[in-house]
Design a protein around this ligand. Structure first.
Ligand SMILES: *Cc1c(COP(=O)(O)O)cnc(C)c1O
Length: 812
């Protein structure tokens, strides 16, 4: 394996020619990517094998992070970074005439997730490996990831994301490790040694084939595994199907749909049978593989929890609870009580949302038919749980109904998850508080010791070092490199807040990143963007509660004010949006169209185009985020207080020196705790005020419309005016605000938001002041590194310590 640049170049040239079968002057950038990828993948293979050996020999507890989503993004750059060869490869390739950044663009962005939840899982994998923990991912290898978004005439159009088209150098198919997953069928029982044994007969069998992706730790030789399951037909095509080949093909097609695509709904529950199949497929396959690894230790199964921790990312993998019960009882011979003790000591659960529309409930009938034995176990669990509740709260039948796992023919997955886990955590202090005090109050009273907070974090390796290498260099020059392994050391930068030289360098880094993004926008939109303007960014899934609409209405208002007073002294701004809407989410799609109409108007009006520009960048994804985040001056985190569980976008921007305009919601609360009024622009209703409105009423959107002329004008412009090109109007948005009394308090927060924005415009001109705030943000961002979060999960929930791997022991 290469150890220096010259050796790399020699090895790479050989690989390139060998791989592509072309001569050096004939190869394409595609070939370069493929050759480099395979070379790096092989290098990882050595450490991967050693890591697995070390984990088996150590025999310590291993964590399996079960998640329906892993929003990984591209892996080449991050693998090079974590292997410690990024610079060497960049230079070597450069000398051969290729730009690494261009080569990285050839990798498909692995979009196996919707947004924050899936990206969190990806950041956690990076931190687990980098801290030397034996923690692995378990997910689904969707053939189609989250749809690709095109904007056509201002509307979102969804295209399939066939990310595997060009192959995937990082994955390894492990055909020998496939397992069987059984759906449908009927449960039969017989007596064996004095107890009833259950078995599902006549089911439909599906093979789950694992594809393993190595997860490389940062400069520690550790390589963990992300195991993604693919559904394949189990049948031997030469037998059965009444000799009818077409019957076989129908069956094959139906089986393969199980891992065909990711459901594109974010924070929104859809009770589709295929989705239920996916969830069980993940749980059943994942558990079988976990147990197979455990069996290598040759320990009795009542020791399972000592060696295995299963973490479920939201309720989507909750079926691990009844499924593990099934395996322990039906296959390993445990009685109910012993099996339950093993399950609850093994499983822990993260709650991600309090939005009622996102809470999973499945019709009992659907589970009974698709998973008859699992249904029996859930029924029994519910019976026992309700009986114990009645004992604890005699006569309180109402409480028992509220807390039941099955109620009104629906199975409540959150209740099942809480009852079957030893730990339940929220994802930011405020969110955990709401869980304890309101949403899951009954459960908190029953199991207070199970509830805890783990504020989300992001990997500073991808979001700072890889996305913003210039900032990385500046930090290294200024405070050394201790922060790379201990991100809380970023606070060393505080000593340099007032240093004029550092300030100038910070501005120059931001400037370069803005120029780079401007060039990207120019390429995509053909538009010229002024890097002197404030880059004001809102990128995240499109959702009513995230209030992209508040931002949009404010831009309309700015436009109106310039038109009314052309001499208005505004600091020039470039508003940048990026957001995918769930394909069936009408209101969200209308908001996308509105933003694009606003862009059309303000960017082309000679009176406003030098002061206001709006761009909606299509197909927001991890790789696009990596281009946008380092270039932002202002980060929009403006959800209705109490609705955003944590947010992680907020943290990425903070770490890259953008200033946040935000509500006291999710992790913004903790950011504000660290930053104070100097470091952040807070506005809007507090959660108590929002709750009071919900409880007592008293909010009138119409009242604000009637009394605030600016609001009135903007709302009327949703029906006709400069933003309603070609007779288009936004009646549904208008009515959601006025007829439906503005559920998310957009109008209520409008004036306060506009004022905070005005202050930003003023402060931005004071470059010294602004840079000091930016430095403060970077310096305080270590608290929001995923390494901090994973350290807390490891010690408080999983009870694991780092494992020394290979030559470079991870001792921290
Ligand atoms: C970080 C990230 C998110 C989450 O952003 P929020 O602002 O926390 O909602 C969503 N999508 C992508 C691609 C991300 O990188």
């Amino acid at each position: 394996m290469f150890t220096d640049k010259e050796k790399f170049k020699i090895e790479f040239k050989q690989r390139l020619i060998g791989n592509s079968g072309r001569q050096m002057h004939e190869v394409s950038e595609d070939d370069v990517y493929a050759a480099l990828g395979s070379m790096i993948r092989e290098r990882i293979g050595q450490d991967w094998a050693a890591t697995n050996r070390a984990y088996t020999e150590h025999g310590e507890r291993q964590v399996y992070y079960f998640s329906m989503e892993f929003l990984m993004g591209r892996l080449l750059g991050n693998n090079l970074l974590n292997l410690g060869v990024l610079e060497l490869v960049r230079e070597g390739l450069g000398e051969l005439g290729w730009d690494l950044e261009d080569i990285e663009e050839y990798e498909a962005d692995a979009g196996l997730g919707n947004g924050g939840l899936g990206r969190l899982a990806a950041c956690f994998l990076d931190s687990l490996a980098s801290l030397g923990y034996s923690g692995h991912g378990n997910g689904i290898r969707y053939r189609y990831g989250l749809f690709e978004q095109k904007i056509i005439d201002g509307h979102q159009v969804e295209l399939p994301d066939y990310w595997l088209q060009k192959g995937n150098v990082w994955e390894v198919r492990r055909g020998d490790k496939k397992v069987n997953v059984r759906f449908w069928g009927n449960v039969e029982s017989h007596e064996q040694n004095g107890r009833l044994v259950y078995e599902t007969k006549n089911g439909e069998d599906v093979w789950a084939v694992p594809y393993d992706v190595p997860i490389v730790g940062y400069e520690n030789s550790a390589v963990n595994t992300l195991r993604l399951w693919s559904a394949e037909s189990a049948a031997d095509p030469t037998r059965g199907f009444g000799g009818n080949y077409y019957n076989f093909l129908d069956y094959k097609r139906s089986v393969e749909t199980v891992s065909e695509f990711l459901y594109p709904d974010d924070s929104q529950y859809e009770g589709k049978l295929l989705r239920l199949k996916q969830e069980y497929f993940l749980c059943s396959a994942g558990l079988q593989s976990v147990l197979r690894t455990f069996d290598k230790l040759r320990l009795p199964h009542d020791r399972l929890a000592d060696k295995v921790a299963i973490h479920i990312n939201d309720t989507h993998p909750t079926l691990v609870i009844p499924e593990l019960m099934r395996i322990l009882m039906d296959e390993k011979g445990f009685g109910w009580e012993d099996a339950w003790s093993i399950v609850t000591r093994t499983v822990s659960y993260t709650n991600h949302t309090i939005l009622s529309e996102a809470l999973e409930t499945w019709p009992e009938q659907m589970i009974r038919e698709l998973l008859p034995r699992v249904h029996m176990i859930i029924e029994e669990l519910n019976k026992r749980f309700c009986a114990s509740l009645l004992e604890q709260y005699p006569g309180d039948q109402e409480r028992v109904s509220r807390m039941a796992i099955i109620e009104g023919g629906q199975i409540k997955m959150a209740h099942l998850a809480i009852h079957g886990s030893h730990s339940i955590n929220g994802v930011a202090a405020l969110h955990t508080d709401i869980l304890k005090k309101r949403e899951m109050k009954d459960f908190y009273e029953l199991y207070p010791e199970r509830f805890n907070n783990k504020t989300n974090g992001i990997t500073h390796r991808r979001w700072l070092m890889h996305a913003n290498p210039e900032l990385e260099n500046l930090l290294e020059e200024t405070i050394g490199s201790a922060w790379k392994k201990q991100p809380d050391q970023l606070n060393e930068l505080l000593k340099h807040t007032g240093d004029a030289v550092v300030q100038e360098k910070i501005r120059s880094v931001k400037r370069k990143n803005k120029e780079r993004l401007a060039a990207y926008i120019h390429k995509k939109h053909g538009a010229t963007v002024d890097p002197n303007s404030i880059f004001d960014v809102q990128v995240k899934r499109l959702h009513a509660y995230k209030r992209q609409l508040l931002n949009a209405l404010h831009i309309m208002d700015l436009y109106n004010r310039i038109k009314e007073n052309p001499a208005l002294d505004l600091t020039p701004r470039t508003f940048i949006f990026g957001a995918k809407a769930a394909p069936g989410y009408y209101m969200a799609k209308q908001i996308i169209k509105l933003i694009n109409n606003i862009a059309d108007t303000v960017n082309n009006d000679p009176q406003t185009k030098d002061l206001l520009n709006v761009f909606f960048l299509e197909n927001y994804s991890v790789s696009l985020a990596e281009k946008i985040v380092p270039a932002a001056d202002v980060s929009e985190q403006i959800s209705t207080a109490g609705k955003e569980a944590s947010g992680t976008g907020n943290m990425k921007f903070m770490m890259n020196g953008a200033l946040t305009i935000g509500t006291l919601d999710g992790a913004n609360v903790e950011m504000y705790e660290s930053l104070g009024d100097e470091g952040m622009y807070l506005f809007g209703l507090r959660i108590e005020e929002v709750e009071q409105y919900y409880r007592e009423g008293g909010y009138s959107a119409q009242g604000i419309y009637n009394s605030d002329d600016r609001v009135k004008k903007v709302l009327d412009q949703l029906i006709q005016g400069p933003f309603c090109q070609n007779g288009q109007s936004f009646d549904s948005i208008y009515h959601s605000l006025l007829s439906h009394n503005d559920e998310y308090f957009v109008l209520r927060d409008f004036a306060d938001y506009a004022q905070a924005q005005e202050q930003i415009g003023i402060d931005y001109r004071n470059t010294k002041l602004w840079t000091e705030k930016a430095i403060l943000n970077i310096a305080k961002s270590g608290r929001f590194a995923g390494d901090r979060t994973i350290g807390e999960y490891a010690s408080d929930i999983w009870g694991i310590k780092p494992v020394g791997v290979g030559s470079r022991l991870t001792t921290r």
